[in-house]
Write a protein that binds this ligand. Structure first.
Ligand SMILES: NC(=O)c1ccc[n+]([C@@H]2O[C@H](COP(=O)([O-])OP(=O)(O)OC[C@H]3O[C@@H](n4cnc5c(N)ncnc54)[C@H](O)[C@@H]3O)[C@@H](O)[C@H]2O)c1
Length: 251
């Protein structure tokens, strides 16, 4: 059956696909037929097995996306193991929490390097081969902190603000060339990244009270919007950020 959302024979790369939101995003894309390469610091054969249950090809590549000078090498590895890349999901991201007044420069640089510099470079390197082929879908992980400042996370907010902004810049240059660049912005999701928040009784109560949907989000909540942005259904959607936040931004 023809479906606007079908990704059969499309090849997708998901960074940070070994756990958390990235793993569920990879499973969602595999469910609708995409072959998947997950990129994470360690290989994840168990996630590959889960992906293969959908009858798609799946590979796991151990790579630290902070090694920006090696990104061209990463593209080569993906092309050898999976083939050309139709879909890139820049999901890998990191968090560091300190009061702004004493935020260590080293942590600022680390967060900016992984969340902003590496993501821009991956867009460039994978985008180049998409532009040559005249087809591609890039989905960057933004955040509520692309819109808001948050508390004790200035580097994260700066990095996610950058991601949302350069996504628009890339879309402006690439939209007419067959390459869509968009973002998804998760709200407060129950993953390892938010362990500190979930374990803080005061903050977790305050957060939950402000979410209209009345619950934290899950990795499965990400799947629909990512499939949409990876598929033909979003061919005329460029430079936009879809919030998956249980209604948080509307409050
Ligand atoms: N969880 C949330 O509430 C939330 C909210 C907004 C945005 N996000 C964003 O969603 C994305 C996924 O978040 P998550 O909650 O699943 O986080 P997580 O910490 O559970 O997983 C992050 C993934 O990124 C990978 N990763 C981190 N640094 C890497 C590196 N240098 N090289 C390769 N892989 C690396 C990790 O191995 C892991 O697989 C991130 O970009 C995050 O900023 C999450």
């Amino acid at each position: 059956m023809h479906s606007l959302f079908d990704l059969t024979n499309k090849n997708a790369v998901v960074t940070g696909g070994s756990r958390g939101l990235g793993k569920e995003i990879a499973l969602g894309l595999a469910q609708v037929g995409a072959n998947i390469a997950i990129i994470s610091r360690q290989e994840s054969p168990e996630v590959v097995e889960e992906l293969e249950k959908f009858g798609v090809k799946a590979v796991s590549i151990a790579f630290d996306i902070g090694e920006i000078s090696e990104h061209k090498q990463l593209l080569k590895m993906v092309e050898e193991k999976l083939g050309h890349v139709d879909i890139l999901v820049n999901n890998a991201g990191v968090q560091k929490r300190h009061p702004a007044v004493e935020f260590p420069q080293q942590d600022w640089d680390y967060v900016m390097n992984i969340n902003a510099n590496a993501v821009f470079s991956l867009c460039q390197v994978f985008g180049q081969q998409m532009l040559q082929r005249g087809y591609g879908k890039i989905i960057n992980l933004a955040s509520l902190l692309s819109f808001q400042g948050g508390l004790t996370v200035p580097a994260y907010a700066a990095s996610k603000g950058a991601v949302m902004q350069f996504t628009k810049s890339l879309a402006n240059e690439w939209a007419a060339k067959g390459v869509n660049v968009n973002c998804v912005a998760p709200g407060y999701m129950a993953t390892d990244m938010n362990e500190a928040l979930m374990n803080d009784d005061v903050r977790s109560k305050q957060i939950l009270e402000r979410i209209p949907a009345g619950r934290w989000g899950t990795g499965q909540d990400m799947q629909g919007a990512v499939i949409f942005l990876a598929s033909q259904a979003s061919d005329y959607v460029h430079g936009f950020t879809i919030a998956i936040d249980g209604g948080w931004l509307g409050r």
